[in-house]
Design a protein around this ligand. Structure first.
Ligand SMILES: Cc1ncc(COP(=O)(O)O)c(C=O)c1O
Length: 491
């Protein structure tokens, strides 16, 4: 093409790239500087603050039709988004169950987006790195190298992967071809009554139905009762159902209880069931020197769900499903349409990673995990897990020593369930008082905790999955819970 034609064509064609990169470069440097300051000073800001009405209203602005300078767009982000986070990167965020992210991981996400690869698969560095991270997950849990795995959005999806392979392997018919209606005897899955709600969603999505997930009673420490499990399996067989899968939980969301995984592996082997472990909270205990013993037996599972966006603190989203029998895993999801056939050479000359899950296009979520693991080494992540568990136990002793507070369940790992007590109140009154404490802790920006009900008792719940938390933060939480409780009770 001659110079004149090239120029004329360039003038006519549009692109999303900037007309000149110099301004973008300067602004990007500012964004990175701001980002560093944001994390450096996170401790000085409130954990959470509600948005003023005008900020909330700004999110109802209509679809932008004409351009705005990027500096202006960034100004809006800096003013309207960054000051109002959920709060989970803050040292005193302990609500529900999340990791607290990390700067290197955030840079990983940025670089992954810049490189822009699609992890549907193919012959390029990102897919090899993705499989390396999956391999590291196997290694951390003691899974065989021959197992397969896939990075997904989080624990809920990782559990769905495991439960789907279990269904297809145990159905006795070709479910992929004929559907669940062709299954002769209805399948039954088993988990403790503490099982995470994502399993219910999975059972519903798999077409097996919520009722097919039998909730087995738990012991005093909220671990699945193996005798009750065996009895339930026997009863189901006698009634014409087909026991298919047992789900062990390594770290329940309410209290961090860890089922007897070796015991469950034994029952699964005796009864010919698939053994899946929901290790979203606790699978990574396997790398924590002082606490690895708690998940002994996880390496015996047929499939495991783990969550790098929890105890590896990967920025959202990052979950991982591992499956011992790689052929069964691939056999559950692989489809090869004519437009996705492998080639001998070139970009399509490596296995498609979309054969191991439900997504076709996949993000390059491995890079953020890879970079942070390389930077810190797995041993540091293991020590941080031990640190969070020691902090959980420390908080337990602080609560025990405080007459106005009571532990609702002795801490097992890093989850502490407690409540403010008042002689004058119980039941709904006490729940309202404790709920008010929780809300004021959030609204005053002091700490983010959540609540739950354990063995019928409503309580405040602190899940310390946070590499920024210090013991002084927990001391503050106890002092502020008592202050607020006293104030509310006296009002
Ligand atoms: C035990 C357990 N399983 C599954 C999940 C769901 O994981 P995700 O939120 O990553 O989808 C959670 C979330 O906290 C959990 O605690």
């Amino acid at each position: 093409m001659d110079g004149f034609r090239k120029e004329a064509q360039a003038a006519a064609e549009e692109t999303l790239d900037p007309a000149t990169w110099t301004d973008v470069q300067a602004l990007s440097h500012r964004m990175v500087d701001d980002a560093v300051g944001y994390l450096r000073d996170v401790r000085d800001r409130p954990v959470w603050q509600d948005m003023p009405a005008d900020v909330k209203a700004s999110f109802e602005a209509p679809l932008p039709r004409s351009p705005a300078p990027l500096t202006e767009v960034y100004r809006e982000v800096a003013e309207k988004v960054m000051p109002y986070p959920m709060g989970n990167v803050h040292p005193r965020f302990w609500s529900w169950y999340m990791g607290s992210s990390n700067f290197t991981g955030a840079m990983g996400d940025f670089l992954a987006a810049i490189q822009g690869s699609n992890l549907g698969g193919g012959n390029h560095a990102a897919t090899f790195l993705d499989q390396q991270v999956v391999g590291w997950c196997k290694e951390m849990l003691g899974f065989p190298a021959s197992a397969s795995g896939t990075l997904v959005s989080g624990g809920s999806m990782a559990n769905i992967i495991g439960l789907t392979v279990a269904r297809n392997v145990k159905a006795g018919v070709d479910v992929r071809e004929h559907g669940v209606a062709a299954i002769e005897r209805p399948l039954r899955y088993y988990a403790s009554d503490q099982v995470h709600s994502c399993h219910r969603k999975a059972m519903e999505a798999l077409g097996l139905g919520n009722k097919a997930l039998r909730r087995i009673p738990t012991d005093a420490a909220l671990r699945i009762d193996l005798t009750a499990l065996k009895a339930a399996i026997r009863k189901d067989r006698a009634e014409g159902f087909q026991p298919a899968c047992v789900i062990g939980t390594a770290g329940t969301v309410n209290t961090g209880a860890i089922d007897d995984l070796r015991g469950l592996a034994g029952v699964a082997a005796e009864e010919n069931l698939w053994f899946h472990v929901d290790g979203c909270i606790g699978a990574l205990l396997a790398i924590a020197p002082d606490n690895a013993y708690r998940v002994a037996g996880i390496e015996l599972a047929d499939s495991v769900a783990l969550d790098p966006h929890k105890w590896l603190h990967a920025p959202f989203e990052a979950g991982c499903a591992l499956v011992r029998n790689a052929a069964a895993h691939r056999g559950t999801f692989a489809v090869t349409p004519e437009y996705l056939e492998m080639t001998q050479r070139g970009i399509a000359s490596a296995h498609w990673l979309h054969d191991f899950g439900l997504q076709t296009s996949r993000g390059f979520r491995a890079l953020k995990i890879w970079m942070a693991l390389k930077e810190h080494g797995v041993e540091k992540f293991g020590r941080l897990i031990d640190q969070n568990i020691a902090q959980g136990h420390y908080l337990g002793t602080l609560i025990k020593a405080e007459p106005r507070l009571e532990l609702v369940m002795p801490p097992n790992i890093n989850i502490v369930c407690y409540r403010y007590r008042s002689e004058a109140m119980d039941g709904e009154g006490l729940k309202a008082l404790n709920t008010e404490i929780m809300l004021r802790l959030q609204e005053e920006g002091i700490a983010a905790i959540s609540d739950t009900t354990v063995q019928g008792r409503h309580c405040l719940r602190v899940a310390i999955n946070n590499h920024r938390t210090r013991r002084e933060d927990l001391e503050l939480l106890v002092a502020e819970t008592v202050r607020l409780g006293n104030e509310i009770a006296a009002a």
